[in-house]
Design a protein around this ligand. Structure first.
Ligand SMILES: Cc1cc2nc3c(=O)[nH]c(=O)nc-3n(C[C@H](O)[C@H](O)[C@H](O)COP(=O)(O)O)c2cc1C
Length: 179
């Protein structure tokens, strides 16, 4: 089984990104174990402590186990949501994202600035940003109905394509390392 860790950048109860993440979970191929990270809101603020907090250890363990990461996030105040950025800051020293295949979906009202900023951060932490694995979904709320379904067929197709690109890249990496 391929292990993919999903990280949503929104902690809001009615989050559009959490809905998109559930849609993504539903279109993952059968050979994928897709785990959605639930600990973003419990991570302490980044610091440089002598003893790593257990929440951070757990996050790093999930990243280590994952063959790839699927991030889905809004843009807040023209940038990356603080909770998501905080989580990524914890990985800088440890290199948890080093060469890790990552897909990035930014789903927001507009979202272009947060999307660009997060791509820079992912580059800084040496993530393997998958070709064809990035997607900006603007006007996200108009593309979801009350039942949490995607009602825009173009976006549905684009999400499938992102998932496909991520899984293909992970499979290629696994075959290259003989795993
Ligand atoms: C604190 C806050 C700041 C926001 N700032 C932006 C922004 O800078 N750009 C943007 O496109 N949308 C912005 N929005 C609107 C969000 O894109 C929209 O609410 C989206 O649904 C948020 O994703 P979520 O539902 O997953 O939390 C903001 C929303 C909130 C709550």
């Amino acid at each position: 089984m391929i292990k993919i860790l999903g990280i949503s950048g929104s902690l809001r109860a009615g989050s559009s990104n959490n809905i998109v993440m559930k849609i993504v979970a539903g279109i993952m191929p059968e050979n994928v174990e897709f785990t959605i990270y639930e600990g973003l809101g419990s991570l302490p603020h980044f610091n440089d402590p002598e003893i790593i907090p257990p929440e951070v250890e757990d996050f790093r363990h999930l990243l280590k186990e994952a063959n790839g990461v699927f991030i889905c996030t809004p843009e807040y105040a023209f940038g990356v949501p603080g909770s998501l950025k905080n989580a990524l800051d914890w990985t800088v020293g440890a290199g948890d994202f080093d060469r890790k295949p990552v897909a990035l979906v930014t789903a927001s009202s507009v979202g272009d600035k947060g999307h660009a900023s997060l791509l820079q951060t992912l580059t800084a932490i040496s993530a393997d940003i998958v070709e064809g694995g990035t997607l900006l979904i603007s006007f996200i709320r108009s593309k979801l109905n009350q039942k949490g379904e995607m009602i825009d067929p173009v976006t549905s197709e684009a999400l499938r394509s992102v998932v496909d690109a991520l899984i293909k890249r992970v499979e290629w990496c696994l075959s290259a390392t003989g795993d």
